[in-house]
Design a protein around this ligand. Structure first.
Ligand SMILES: [Zn+2]
Length: 638
């Protein structure tokens, strides 16, 4: 290309890139204080100027220059979502062109594909310690956890480019650092098909939900069955982001909004953070999205058609935002609507990310203050909720834009089928149940004793930077010990497990031997909420619930009846007080009168021959300080 043409093309590109506001992929300008009409005018002027220059020198190669450089795969073809490789390549080129963008590998998937970490900062700083010291806030964005729901991948390529080149977006980097995990479920992203998302309107090829081990990664944040989850936890703990965004596409009812949002359930997080989320961040987000032409509603989580009422979503720690909430990081899941055109879904997700960054920048100090206060509140909390239920007594209402639903006869089944009539849009106030209430709480212990045998749990605590100590010296102590008295267990596998639910325990005070090398996990630490959510067997995402201790549930030793007969006779003779209890048991179980084995078994369980470890929960929650000799332990990761 001759030098003068190159200069013209560069000037043209510069105008296009530096003009404030959106371009090909956008609907509106990024500055939320400017109204929609101005946005479109500015966009038209900028695009017009660009087009004029483009036409003036179209044989100069500028079109090709633009085409080859910063147009994203989605902008080139709006029915296409970038593959993982295309996304990584684009970001690598961006990194080479801009000192603000750094890409690096932060781990691997189960299929041993590299996972990228993209750090965008004003000064190219990639060290979280330096970033935190400078007072900047950190926003972490995760994409393609469900690769069929890939709007975030394409939105983030445009966002990264804008942060790299556009002065108005660069200004945000004074206050914040953006970290992007561009394609989290790398393995699922390799499997692309036009039919993986049966109910979804594009893109042309959609990735698959399962990862290399066919796991849904958005159920894996506590159990960490996948390498992806270990990689995520490592990245998350390193950055300790103030805000976390996980981009998705929804299934479910039909309604007018292109995009909805799940904010982390506020009843699960400390009051200071809940207040900041509910009073500042969420209202700002809804306002900003409405102003930009993408009015949002809360995620449409219902038992029936939306007009029957929307429920809040209980994002347990197995889900991304539930996990990040355990570390006082405010989590948001934008969920675009599956039936809306793919380009609209990408643009609304893109705008959502803009809004989050603007709000994080505008409220930086309040956000950091709320988080610090929330951490103190967590450390001072004595009674911890571990189970919740939807609070139907706290009914709110919501202006909802839906479509009239009706039923018509299905030609497939011959029965009634639900049908949303798009020719009958409505706008009406509907019931909204946003709150959850605790139905079980436990007292916070001073710490937990974790037997060293449970290395898989230790690995998970270690990757979450939980402070742990090795106990030095065998110690016998009186401790409250939990026995699992009952539980229900899934009869079908769920995410590689048969989880336990409705767990009941019986507490006994017993003398326990703690061995040298067992772990002491104090509760007075940043990870307190994570520990309260995992260490008590009754919590829905506890280690026990996720089958980490199933070894305790079956008996290991038994007796031969003909030998135990004599031992049982002696034991009952020595303990006449047991006879009354046995008589009572026989009244309750008349069938035992013809089942000698059952009677012997009852005596066995009430004798010292019965193993004490059967159904004994191995983690001890210690209520009062113990004078230990301790050695710091940073743990090992797999
Ligand atoms: Zn999803």
């Amino acid at each position: 290309m001759p030098a003068c043409r190159f200069v013209v093309s560069q000037v043209s590109l510069l105008i296009w890139l530096s003009w404030p506001g959106p371009r090909l992929g956008d609907a509106t300008k990024v500055d939320e204080n400017t109204n929609l009409i101005t946005n479109h005018c500015q966009m038209s002027i900028r695009n017009g100027l660009f087009l004029l220059l483009f036409l003036l020198c179209q044989d100069s190669g500028i079109g090709q220059f633009m085409e080859e450089n910063w147009i994203t795969p989605f902008e080139r073809d709006s029915s296409w979502s970038a593959t993982r490789q295309e996304a990584h390549d684009y970001l690598d080129r961006l990194s080479a062109a801009s000192p603000r963008v750094q890409t690096r590998t932060c781990g691997v998937s189960d299929g041993f594909l590299p996972l990228y970490e993209v750090v965008i900062s004003a000064d190219g700083e990639t060290d979280p310690v330096q970033v935190k010291a400078s007072g900047r806030t950190v926003v972490l964005i995760n994409n393609a956890i469900h690769p069929g729901e890939s709007e975030g991948v394409d939105a983030c390529l445009m966002l990264a480019r804008e942060l790299a080149f556009q002065p108005d977006m660069q200004a945000l980097l004074t206050d914040l650092v953006v970290v992007i995990l561009p394609y989290y479920n790398a393995d699922g992203g390799l499997l692309r098909s036009p039919t993986y998302r049966a109910n979804q309107n594009g893109p042309r090829l959609q990735g698959f939900r399962g990862n290399g081990r066919n796991l849904d990664l958005n159920r894996d944040f506590i159990k960490c069955d996948s390498r992806n989850a270990f990689t995520f936890s490592r990245l998350f703990q390193k950055w300790d982001p103030d805000i976390f965004v996980d981009t998705h596409t929804s299934n479910g009812a039909d309604y007018q909004a292109t995009i909805t949002v799940i904010a982390t359930q506020p009843d699960k997080i400390p009051p200071a953070l809940a207040e900041f989320q509910q009073q500042t961040l969420l209202p700002g987000l809804y306002r900003s999205m409405a102003r930009a032409g993408w009015p949002m509603t809360p995620y449409v989580h219902t038992d029936g058609p939306p007009e029957t009422g929307i429920h809040g979503f209980l994002d347990l720690p197995r889900y991304s935002t539930g996990y990040t909430a355990l570390f006082q990081s405010l989590g948001f899941m934008p969920e675009t609507h599956m039936l809306k055109p793919f380009p609209d879904r990408v643009r609304s997700t893109h705008r959502f990310l803009h809004s989050i960054l603007h709000l994080a920048s505008a409220h930086r100090e309040d956000l950091l203050r709320a988080r610090a206060e929330a951490r103190n509140q967590a450390l001072n909390c004595r009674e911890w909720p571990i189970r919740w239920t939807l609070d139907r007594d706290r009914k709110d209402s919501l202006l909802f834009r839906g479509y009239q639903h009706t039923y018509k006869t299905s030609p497939v089944t011959g029965m009634d089928r639900l049908f949303y009539d798009r020719s009958q849009p409505y706008e009406r106030i509907i019931p909204y149940f946003p709150r959850y209430r605790a139905v079980a709480t436990v007292s916070r212990p001073v710490g937990w004793i974790l037997p060293q045998a449970y290395t898989d749990i230790i690995e998970r605590l270690a990757v979450n930077q939980v402070q742990m100590y090795r106990i030095e010296g065998d110690t016998v102590l009186q401790a409250p010990v939990l026995y699992i008295s009952s539980e229900k267990t899934y009869t079908q596998p769920y995410e590689g497990h048969y989880p336990h639910v409705d767990v009941q325990v019986e507490e006994r005070k017993e003398e326990m031997l703690v061995r040298t090398g067992d772990l002491w996990v104090p509760s007075d630490q940043k990870a307190i909420a994570y520990l309260m959510a995992t260490m008590d067997p009754r919590a829905p995402d506890s280690w026990f619930a996720w089958n980490f201790m199933d070894g305790i549930l079956d008996q290991k030793e038994y007796f031969s009846a003909y030998v135990f007969e004599d031992l049982a006779a002696d034991w009952m003779k020595e303990h006449p007080e047991l006879q009354e209890e046995l008589n009572q048991a026989l009244l309750e179980h008349p069938e035992w009168n013809s089942d000698p084995r059952a009677i012997l078994d009852w005596i066995y369980r009430h004798s010292p021959y019965y193993e004490p470890t059967h159904r004994r929960y191995p983690i001890l929650a210690i209520p009062t300080p113990v004078a230990w000799s301790l050695k710091p332990f940073t743990g090992v990761e797999p």
